[in-house]
Design a protein around this ligand. Structure first.
Ligand SMILES: *[C@@H]1O[C@H](CO)[C@@H](O)[C@H](O)[C@H]1NC(C)=O
Ligand SMILES: *[C@@H]1O[C@H](CO)[C@@H](O)[C@H](O)[C@H]1NC(C)=O
Ligand SMILES: *[C@@H]1O[C@H](CO)[C@@H](O)[C@H](O)[C@H]1NC(C)=O
Ligand SMILES: *[C@@H]1O[C@H](CO)[C@@H](O)[C@H](O)[C@H]1NC(C)=O
Ligand SMILES: *[C@@H]1O[C@H](CO)[C@@H](O)[C@H](O)[C@H]1NC(C)=O
Ligand SMILES: *[C@@H]1O[C@H](CO)[C@@H](O)[C@H](O)[C@H]1NC(C)=O
Ligand SMILES: *[C@@H]1O[C@H](CO)[C@@H](O)[C@H](O)[C@H]1NC(C)=O
Length: 783
């Protein structure tokens, strides 16, 4: 999962450029009429006195040319520049405010306020304006026709923070875009990000190219523009910044963009671009920023890079670039931000990257890179490294990370790195996240040299081959939030209450090591533990149920594969946010309470000695496994109506009576759950998919095959009733398609025709299958 906060960072430098305008102008003696107009303006504006830095200081006892936010013309005392940005102005701005009689204004900046009103037509009065900045000022609705009277404008900024598909607050319908810009022929900067322009490629491109010959900055991201980019744009030879991200251009990137001799920034993320990206654009000598992220149909590959290039920021993630990264990338001495995540790059990560001394942010995750990791020790300003989910191998020398004083984030997970964990990594002072899971690191976990000043909040070393005991310094990492050490070969004993020293801990994973964890049962001092959300203690040699009564934030609890005896404590039902409960493979005998947990989605009690009636799980359950216990009696008749139930396993118990008429017809998809280890089923309710929207998803690992099943609720179903004492007819509903039902050795069932040959179910094709005594019945034959 990856959160692309990153693009927003780019706005900051641009914003500062455009606010800096009046720093260079000089003040003089204020004219009385100008002063009274300004005071009139102040009186009509509603603003927060405590947040205001400028307006609050305006008063008649001082020269208005000295007021913050005001610049006067030196000789005449006319107010020529007014900057009320970030003044927390709320409420409207109307034509009586006095603002529109300040007719000498050349520069007006009202950005970052909350005017929450339509744009007043009075702006048309300010015909001397050269620069108008209303960015994120909170104005709404149609941009008035009168704006086209501001013919001296060189810079017009009506942009708002926006995202693809987000709401547009301003729009250009009547007048449309072409009408607005036709008289603004002096414009060199046009920023309309987030304005609903809704124009077709031919129209907006031709309007720009015929009306704005001097345009340098074109910023129209998220403007509901469609493509393609018209060839007439090639005329705008002064263009230096092109920002059109978040428009559905649905077209290839035209070659002519490589001919702009002054191009410094090309930002076309989330544009539904397709075809093959022209390599010549990478080689534009002036280009500093290239952003092509989230164009899932855009192909391309890197050319050779030359020393004379200026690239600083290269953002290509989540497109379909392929091929290798050339060694010549090391020539790009200014390169500081590289995002190539989620493409199809192959081959090694060039060792020449070690020469990128300006490197600040590197994300190469989710590609097919092979080979070893280059050193980063020369990139002194490196803050973020993610090379997870590739096929990288080899040892990582400790020297690779030496001297890095700014690193906060390292993710090397899901590769095949081996050797020992580079100890220098654990000594980097600002480091907050270390994620090395799913590799082949061996040896001992290094000690943290400087625990008291450590900022580490995530340490994920799970699924490696680490040995030895857990270093004691780990329990001094006071900022630690996630400690995941599961699935290694760690040994030794651990008193659970040692995590008391980690007051911020929310995830603890110690499952599947050779550890012996002692958790006090009963009413002990466990209430002083931090408030844990995820606790994974599978296969930790636990002999008793840990007392977790006060853990009111716990939503994931795995105590499977231990030797826990006695009953399941009744207080479990007090853990009302619990979504995942796995108590399988223990020696539990009884349930003290009804397990009435409203949020429970996955419940695994298999392989215990539980008896009596099964607990009736809450109606939002998706997975229940009661198999291999001593449950008897009848199963709840309404089991088939639980709306989200995907997988139900009642096998190997003493259930009797008729099978209830299970509504399998509402369950789609099919899957045999061969591997019962729920450790492999991860329920991620908030999964970031295309970078912006969250969706339900689940990852299921079956026989080494990892499938990500988005919207599990509609695609994944399996039921197993085998080895019980059921009798009577097989319910009709089981014959419905798209379900896998296992009835092996369910005695006395009749009504289905057998096929001799065992048929392996095919998860890809949505076929339905019923397993009966090792044979399978396909419905089209059985019915
Ligand atoms: C007027 O503003 C000046 C400068 O900001 C300040 O020193 C003075 O106290 C203010 N006077 C009143 C009456 O608020
Ligand atoms: C526009 O300027 C004229 C002349 O200064 C003035 O009379 C008129 O009130 C102004 N309009 C607005 C809306 O302020
Ligand atoms: C944008 O404008 C078009 C045409 O005026 C309109 O159909 C569309 O709903 C608008 N979209 C948004 C998000 O405002
Ligand atoms: C983008 O536009 C194309 C062509 O107009 C259309 O087929 C496609 O559905 C649009 N995609 C999105 C995400 O709006
Ligand atoms: C690292 O960042 C600092 C502060 O931003 C800057 O002064 C310095 O030049 C940078 N070092 C390199 C090698 O880019
Ligand atoms: C440990 O932290 C202290 C205080 O922050 C610092 O002075 C010292 O250099 C650090 N030692 C190491 C080995 O990083
Ligand atoms: C812990 O739970 C007990 C009841 O089991 C309660 O009396 C006590 O107040 C709780 N402590 C905290 C810190 O919530």
């Amino acid at each position: 999962m990856k959160i692309p906060l990153f693009p927003w960072l780019f706005l900051i430098p641009f914003l500062t450029i455009f606010f800096g305008v009046n720093v260079f102008l000089v003040s003089g003696q204020c004219r009385k009429d100008q002063q009274s107009l300004l005071l009139q303006l102040k009186n009509t504006l509603v603003f927060n006195q405590s947040l205001s830095a400028k307006l609050v200081k305006w008063n008649s006892t001082s020269d208005c040319c000295e007021w913050p936010g005001i610049t006067c013309d030196e000789g005449s005392g006319r107010v020529i520049s007014l900057d009320l940005s970030f003044e927390s102005i709320t409420g409207g701005l109307d034509d009586s405010s006095g603002l529109f009689r300040l007719q000498f204004l050349q520069s007006l900046n009202l950005s970052f306020n909350i005017f929450s009103t339509a744009l007043p037509v009075g702006f048309a009065n300010l015909t001397d304006l050269i620069s108008l900045n209303l960015s994120s000022a909170g104005f709404t609705g149609q941009i008035p026709n009168d704006f086209s009277k501001l013919t001296k404008l060189v810079s017009l900024d009506l942009s708002a923070l926006s995202f693809p598909g987000g709401p547009a607050v301003l729009k250009l319908e009547k007048p449309n875009f072409a009408t607005l810009v036709q008289n603004l022929t002096h414009l060199t900067e046009l920023l309309l990000d987030g304005v609903n322009i809704s124009a077709h490629g031919n129209d907006w491109c031709k309007a720009l190219s015929s009306s704005l010959p001097n345009l340098k900055v074109l910023s129209m991201s998220n403007c509901y523009l469609s493509g393609p980019l018209d060839a007439s744009l090639a005329k705008l030879q002064s263009l230096s910044m092109i920002r059109l991200s978040g428009n559905n251009l649905s077209a290839p990137v035209p070659e002519f963009l490589a001919n702009y001799s002054k191009l410094t920034a090309l930002q076309l993320s989330s544009c539904q671009l397709n075809g093959i990206f022209p390599q010549a654009i990478f080689q534009v000598p002036t280009l500093e920023i290239l952003d092509l992220q989230y164009n899932k149909f855009l192909q391309g590959s890197f050319p050779e890079f030359h020393q004379n290039l200026s690239l600083r920021t290269l953002l290509l993630s989540n497109s379909i670039f392929s091929g290798t990264v050339p060694q010549s990338i090391g020539e790009l001495q200014k390169l500081s931000i590289i995002e190539l995540a989620g493409n199809n790059f192959t081959g090694p990560i060039p060792y020449s990257m070690a020469n990128l001394t300006k490197l600040f942010y590197l994300d190469l995750s989710s590609n097919m890179f092979t080979g070893t990791l280059p050193s980063f020790s020369k990139s002194k300003n490196l803050t973020y490294v993610d090379v997870s989910r590739n096929q990288l191998t080899g040892e990582i020398p400790s020297s690779h990370w030496e001297g890095l004083r700014s690193l906060t984030y390292v993710d090397l997970g899901y590769n095949a790195f081996n050797g020992i964990i580079p100890s220098s990594l654990f000594a980097i002072p600002p480091l907050q996240k270390i994620q090395l899971s799913n590799n082949r690191f061996g040896g001992q976990i290094p000690e943290f040299p400087n625990v008291s000043s450590s900022l580490l909040d995530t340490l994920d070393l799970s699924s490696n081959k680490l040995e030895g005991s857990i270093p004691s310094s780990v329990f001094g990492l006071a900022k630690l939030n996630v400690l995941e050490l599961s699935s290694n070969k760690l040994n030794g004993t651990l008193q659970l209450h040692r995590i008391q020293k980690l007051p911020n801990l929310t995830t603890l994973g110690l499952s599947y090591n050779n550890l012996t964890v002692y958790a006090s049962g009963g009413n002990s001092n466990m209430s002083s533990l931090p408030q844990i959300k995820k606790l994974r203690l599978a296969s930790c040699d636990l002999g008793m149920f840990p007392y977790l009564r006060n853990q009111s934030k716990l939503f994931h609890l795995d105590l499977s594969d231990n030797q826990i005896t006695g009953p399941v404590p009744g207080w479990i039902s007090e853990l009302i946010v619990l979504q995942y409960l796995n108590l399988s493979r223990n020696l539990l005998v009884d349930l003290e309470g009804p397990l009435s947990l409203p949020g429970l989605s996955i419940l695994d009690l298999h392989h215990n000695q539980l008896r009596g009636s099964i607990p009736v799980p809450p109606s939002f359950i998706t997975y229940v496994d009661y198999s291999s216990n001593n449950f008897s009696s009848f199963i709840p008749p309404n089991i088939g109506t639980w709306p989200r139930l995907q997988i139900v396993d009642l096998a190997f118990n003493h259930f009797r009576g008729n099978l209830p008429n299970i509504c399998l017809k509402t369950w789609e998809g099919m899957m045999e759950v061969g591997n019962r280890s729920l450790e492999h089923i991860r329920y991620d309710p908030l999964k970031l998919t295309n970078g912006l929207y969250y969706e339900d998803s689940i990852t299921v690992t079956l026989k080494g095959l990892e499938l990500e099943l988005v919207k599990i609720l509609t695609v994944f179903t399996s039921a197993d009733f085998s080895s019980n004492n059921f009798e009577g007819p097989i319910p009709d509903a089981i014959g419905q398609k798209h379900a896998s039902v296992k009835l092996i050795d369910a005695i006395s069932l009749y009504g289905v025709k057998l096929i001799e040959e065992f048929y392996r179910t095919d998860i890809i094709n949505n076929k339905m299958a019923i397993f009966l005594r090792g044979a399978i019945v396909l419905p089209q034959i059985g019915k």
